[in-house]
Ligand binder design. Structure first.
Ligand code: GDP
Length: 444
């Protein structure tokens, strides 16, 4: 997960400040020095850091802050506000054309995640707006690029316009636009060619496609893992094409996060989306304010709630509650719950959105290996329908059969069944308003 180191360092600096009975000018200077180092180490652009520190210092030096109640808290608030400001303040929605189609040109270096992101965006538009996008395959230099786009598009059921690799990309785009007009597609997503680095010929081609289509959005896809290079790439593309926004991919990876924080400040262009995984649903709207509080270890409950709302089916949740109350919650329900949970993305990422959890040492000991989920699933899938519906059937010989069927040791099967039974008991108590079981379990 991005930002881990930064969060830890910033929290330490703030913690030190909080412990002081009184905050002096010297304390403030020391804190600012620590923040400056933390940001530089997270790979935030040097000029951006300088500007950031200057702004925070100016706001915090005001006599009111140091003399007022709880100066440490005030300073955290200022840092939070300035971080948010630096990353663009509020989320910037996609531009929309007054008449269909809205044209979105995807640009970026090879490997940044352009094709994947085009697919994710098309899926998002489909899911959220019931849109009918058309994707145009305009990368004719990498032979596999068209096939890759077709594969991505097939998984989300979106059509692709392509004319192979022999036709000039500008012509392909022209023909694709004609097809979109004929089919009344409301969005056109153009997957353009990438290169290993910015070169004149590519930029000329992109400029021609821009002139031809007059796009509503030119989204530059950059890989957060490339650090300062991402910022330089953004500057280069922006100079040539006057991009409208940035999609930062691979934020789920182990990046120091500095790029995310510098791009807006350096280019003046907003980050519109972030990619947080390889799956088609792993694209999120970028909210600078939420990101700032995530970086400061203050959690991001809003995003967590949104994720839950998006992935949880209200009716199913009601039905589950009912089953818990009646103690008829069975292995089928358990399986459905697990599927919903895994749809929300890696468990660690979810937990970190809870305030105070980002650097909670307790998290280090939690084993959230997705493989364990897969093993539990395999065991349940080895059950007969009758067994799934009647959790009480689980006698030793059935357990042995499950172990063999799922290819897991018998102790693991026993542990899973024991935990399931405990959970069922607890659910019944909780839904009936009796929390003593829960308290017992939590050592209360
Ligand atoms: P393109 O050359 O810019 O079109 O890049 P691709 O779309 O082919 O992506 C390159 C690789 O990055 C692929 O393996 C993608 O699955 C992966 N990728 C793209 N976006 C993300 C992301 O947000 N997170 C992770 N972990 N991988 C990503």
């Amino acid at each position: 997960m991005a930002f881990e180191g930064l969060t830890e360092r910033l929290q330490k600096a703030m913690e030190k400040l909080r412990k002081k009975p009184k905050v002096t000018e010297a304390d403030l200077r020391e804190t600012m020095r620590e923040i400056r180092l933390a940001l530089l180490e997270a790979d935030v652009n040097f000029a951006v850091v300088k500007d950031f520190v200057k702004k925070v210092r100016e706001k915090a030096t005001g006599a009111e802050v140091l003399k007022g109640l709880n100066p440490a808290q005030q300073i955290v608030k200022i840092v939070n506000e300035e971080l948010t400001q630096m990353m663009g303040e509020t989320a910037t929605p996609l531009a929309k054309a007054p008449h269909i189609p809205t044209v979105i040109m995807m640009v970026g270096l090879q490997g940044a995640g352009k094709t994947t992101t085009a697919g994710k965006l098309a899926k998002k538009l489909k899911d959220e707006e019931n849109a009918r996008p058309l994707m145009i395959a305009a990368d004719v230099y990498r032979p596999a690029a068209i096939t890759q786009l077709q594969q991505v598009a097939a998984t989300i059921d979106v059509p692709v316009f392509e004319e192979g690799t022999e036709v000039d990309p500008v012509q392909i785009v022209k023909d694709g636009m004609a097809q979109a007009a004929a089919n009344h597609n409301d969005y056109v997503l153009i997957d353009t060619a990438g290169r290993l680095q910015i070169d004149e010929k590519l930029m000329d081609e992109l400029a021609q496609i821009k002139a031809l289509t007059n796009p509503n959005e030119i989204l530059l896809v950059v890989d957060a893992m490339t650090g300062q290079n991402a910022v330089n790439t953004a500057e280069g593309f922006n100079d040539k094409l006057d991009i409208t926004g940035v999609v930062l991919t691979k934020l789920d990876g182990d990046t120091r996060g500095g790029a995310a924080m510098s791009i807006r400040a350096v280019t003046g262009k907003p980050i519109k989306f972030v990619g947080e995984g390889e799956k088609m649903e792993d694209l999120d709207v970028f909210h600078p304010d939420r990101m700032a509080s995530r970086i400061l270890g203050m959690g991001d409950m809003l995003s967590l709630i949104e994720k839950a709302q998006k992935n949880f089916d209200e009716e199913q949740a009601q039905a589950t509650m009912e089953k818990m109350r009646e103690n008829t919650f069975d292995y089928n329900d358990f399986l459905a719950q697990m599927d919903q949970l895994t749809k929300m993305g890696p468990m660690e990422n979810l937990l970190k959105m809870i305030p105070g959890m980002a650097n909670n040492p307790a998290l280090q000991n939690v084993n959230l290996d997705p493989k364990q989920f897969a093993h539990i699933k395999a065991i349940i899938l080895s059950m007969t329908p009758a067994e799934r519906e009647n959790p009480d059937l689980m006698n030793p010989s059935r357990r042995r059969r499950l172990a063999a069927g799922a290819g897991r040791p018998i102790v693991e099967v026993n542990r899973m069944i024991k935990q399931f039974n405990q959970m069922r008991k607890m659910m019944k108590q909780v839904t009936n308003g009796n929390f003593s079981g829960l308290q017992n379990m939590m050592g209360g």
